[in-house]
Design a protein around this ligand. Structure first.
Ligand SMILES: [Fe+2]
Length: 198
């Protein structure tokens, strides 16, 4: 049994509040539901990758009709780029190390400024709605691990550049897909941009 399948079973048995009743339309978990699912998963999942990372790595650890969940390992200096999460809302919990979220915020003078927020293990983490744009970076000297839960499951990420006073979309990557070995990330390109980890 693939690790992800085993985790799915644990998720179902341990997080029954998030099971969708048979025949019901998939509900939106909402901010509280995603936070609850993330807290539940944080007690179940462990980073199984190397402890000395040279580049970011990620594992899809659960996928249901309501949400999906990813563990991401960050080497020192690891970063993403400004991006959104398509139609998905999300919760991010830092499990090891420290990460910094950078968020573009409109200034009173009409410009864009970047607001930083430091996230550490044990903090309440991030909670955001669809449309939230941010970057995440490991500015620490040791690796970090974070748990990301998205509802509905993550399907696209759009990446942005800051062009003077506006966020300019650079391209959209698609996230999803399964193989015989279990759920994996399958990415295809749009607008010449490679899909990245959430
Ligand atoms: Fe993100």
């Amino acid at each position: 049994m693939a690790l992800s399948d085993a985790l799915d079973e644990q998720v179902w048995s341990s997080c029954r509040a998030h099971r969708n009743p048979p025949g019901a339309a998939p509900p939106n978990l909402g901010r509280d539901g995603l936070q609850e699912a993330a807290q539940c998963l944080a007690g179940l999942v462990r980073w199984a990758g190397p402890s000395h990372l040279r580049e970011r790595r990620w594992d899809l650890v659960a996928r249901t009709e309501l949400f999906d969940a990813w563990l991401i390992g960050w080497p020192p200096g690891g970063t993403v780029d400004l991006h959104d999460h398509g139609r998905s809302s999300g919760v991010v919990l830092v499990l090891e190390g420290t990460l910094v979220e950078t968020t573009p915020v409109r200034s009173h003078d009409g410009g864009l400024r970047l607001v930083r927020r430091v996230l550490g293990a044990g903090d309440s983490g991030l909670s955001f709605s669809a449309g939230h744009v941010h970057d995440v970076t490991n500015e620490g000297e040791r690796h970090a691990v974070s748990l990301h839960v998205y509802g509905p499951p993550l399907t696209t990420m759009t990446f942005f550049d800051i062009a003077e006073t506006v966020l300019r979309p650079r391209g959209t990557g698609w996230v999803g897909g399964e193989t015989e070995a279990g759920p994996t990330i399958a990415s295809r390109l749009q607008s010449g941009h490679q899909a990245d980890a959430p």
